[in-house]
Design a protein around this ligand. Structure first.
Ligand code: DC
Length: 221
């Protein structure tokens, strides 16, 4: 049986984590877990059910009755595929807000660790290398300038027909960077043993190649 490899990819919003992680997972034939999608699903459900964004009984009850899983690459919330519903600018902000609530993090980190025990995978997020999979065999911290990240996200939203301006997207990115990096619990930061990869000015294929090279240097087969 071959050894298990867990690749942790962390970094700020819009650094290209999911695009890169998905492509690397495909190339290596391993699973991809998008932990941001899990925070998005919880933020979406809290908003839909009118649960206040603070600690309390309502939130505890909702979390106890919440099931989140990935099935064939789709994110499934309580039996419903929510891939597109969670990819709106509103849900981005809701996800960032709910991610600072300890009970939400505890629930999702437990699920993520359980997923990380079973097989080889690439998991992306903000606290994978520093908290969720501290002992991951490979850790990468993916960054890019705020302006470039906003430009990429703006193009993505335009393709989907969303009407946010570039300035609004940039302001959102900066606001999320701030809340992700300053929250008390497991804020976004580079793990000491992570390799930093600045993707400013690089294309997707170039970044994927660099990640594969980093992974290849680990003797895991
Ligand atoms: O990667 P994303 O934009 O889909 O993530 C949505 C939000 O979830 C982001 O603002 C921060 C939060 N998040 C987190 O706190 N921890 C993670 N491991 C992943 C995401």
């Amino acid at each position: 049986m071959s050894k298990i490899i867990r690749i942790a990819i962390d970094g700020p919003s819009g650094a290209g984590k999911s695009t890169i992680a998905k492509a690397v997972a495909k190339q290596l034939g391993i699973d991809y877990i998008d932990t941001g999608a899990m925070y998005r699903a919880v933020g979406y459900k809290m908003d839909r059910e009118g649960v206040p964004f603070e600690q309390g009984e309502k939130l505890d009850k909702m979390l106890a009755e919440t099931d989140i899983d990935f099935v064939n690459g789709d994110i499934v919330l309580d039996g419903e595929i929510v891939n597109t519903l969670i990819r709106t600018p509103e849900v981005s902000m809701l996800a960032s807000q709910c991610s600072s609530i300890p009970e939400v993090r505890q629930k999702l980190v437990d699920i993520q660790r359980e997923m990380g025990m079973r097989k080889s995978m690439i998991m992306d997020g903000r606290d994978i290398g520093t908290n969720v999979l501290k002992d991951a065999e490979c850790k990468i911290f993916l960054t890019a300038s705020a302006e470039e990240r906003a430009e990429r996200r703006f193009k993505e939203l335009q393709e989907k027909g969303e009407t946010q301006s570039y300035e609004e997207v940039l302001a959102d990115i900066k606001a999320r960077d701030h809340s992700d990096m300053t929250r008390a619990l497991n804020p976004l930061r580079k793990a000491d043993d992570a390799i930093e990869l600045d993707t400013t000015g690089l294309g997707i294929e170039e970044v994927v190649d660099r990640v594969i090279k980093i992974v290849d240097q680990i003797n895991w087969k």
